[in-house]
Design a protein around this ligand. Structure first.
Ligand code: SAM
Length: 286
């Protein structure tokens, strides 16, 4: 690409008709609502796709990405990767992990069941399921006979690949206790002076990663999760999509099990089958 073409890309502007096509696609296929002011954000996030796809204007790019050819070539997935928000952290909203370990696990231990199943729905780049895996592995060390598995899913192929790779830099690991870093991560050579660490196999082996769009049917998943985390994901959904997804998630939890959403989210209005037991934590009661 010549300098002139590169400069021309950065002056491209996403106009209303193409933004509307994107809004409709995101709402109808992912349940995600893009309000009118998001046009600026979408514009800036998709500029790099104009460059990567070699289609240097928005009208042609958007129509291509949304076409059957766009789906076949993977451009549609790349567009989804750019338009979904992936902010996450290890031990994000730590009070919820405290509830998991201080309330949910002792309750589980009293049941006659030793195999704990948890799902991180909307797992982004993996920090959430790997946090679960560290905590549950530690729990396993002190509870003979206990075992667990973690399902981790996201709609974005790009971010899920990052989760599966399980490589994080020092900055990303800043909130992880050094003893846990030492036990569960291995330093890997990297360029520059940023230290990089790979998640150890003992954690990876406990997690099944898959692409799942939460607004689709996921009948193939079992109905017996002890706990589902769907945090900071529903927040981007339009109300009806949120309602439908919450109902489907609840149908996948055992009676007595728990649904965790993000600390700024409330879902009690969507189902009578759950009771709020702590901020943004719900117990399935029937
Ligand atoms: C902000 S991240 C939250 C990550 C993590 N749960 C946390 O709280 O740190 C939201 C994730 O939801 C995913 N997402 C958005 N719409 C989705 C959908 N329809 N189905 C599944 N995942 C979706 C995004 O790709 C993104 O990775």
């Amino acid at each position: 690409m010549s300098l002139a073409e590169a400069q021309n890309i950065y002056s491209q502007k996403l106009e209303e008709p193409e933004f509307k096509l994107i809004q409709d696609f995101m709402l109808n296929n992912l349940g995600v609502k893009l309000s009118p002011i998001k046009i600026v954000m979408v514009n800036s996030r998709l500029i790099k796709r104009l460059r990567a796809s070699g289609i240097y204007n928005f009208p042609d790019y958007v129509r291509f990405a949304l076409s059957a050819e766009g789906k076949r070539t993977g451009e549609l997935q790349c567009m989804i990767d750019e338009l979904t928000t992936h902010k996450t952290d290890f031990f994000r909203e730590p009070e919820q992990y405290n509830f998991l370990m201080d309330v949910v696990m002792p309750e589980f231990s009293q049941q006659n069941n030793h195999f704990f199943k948890i799902w991180s729905a909307g797992c982004s780049s993996g920090e959430e399921p790997y946090t679960m895996a560290m905590l549950l592995n530690q729990y396993q060390l002190t509870h003979a006979g206990f075992d667990f598995s973690i399902a981790a899913s996201d709609v974005s192929n790009g971010i899920l690949s990052k989760a599966i790779t399980g490589i994080y830099n020092e900055q990303t690991l800043k909130d992880v206790d050094q003893a846990l870093v030492k036990r569960y991560f291995t330093p890997v050579p990297s360029e520059g002076n940023n230290n990089t660490f790979a998640v150890n196999k003992i954690l990876k082996d406990k997690i099944n990663f898959s692409i799942i769009n939460l607004v689709d049917h996921y009948k193939f998943l079992p109905n017996y999760f002890d706990v589902i985390f769907c945090r900071n994901t529903l927040i981007y959904f339009e109300d009806q999509a949120k309602r439908d997804v919450v109902k489907k998630l609840i149908s996948k939890i055992k009676v007595g099990g728990y649904l965790f959403v993000g600390l700024s989210e409330t879902v009690s209005q969507y189902s009578k089958d759950i009771k709020q037991v702590s901020p943004s934590i719900y117990k399935k009661i029937v």
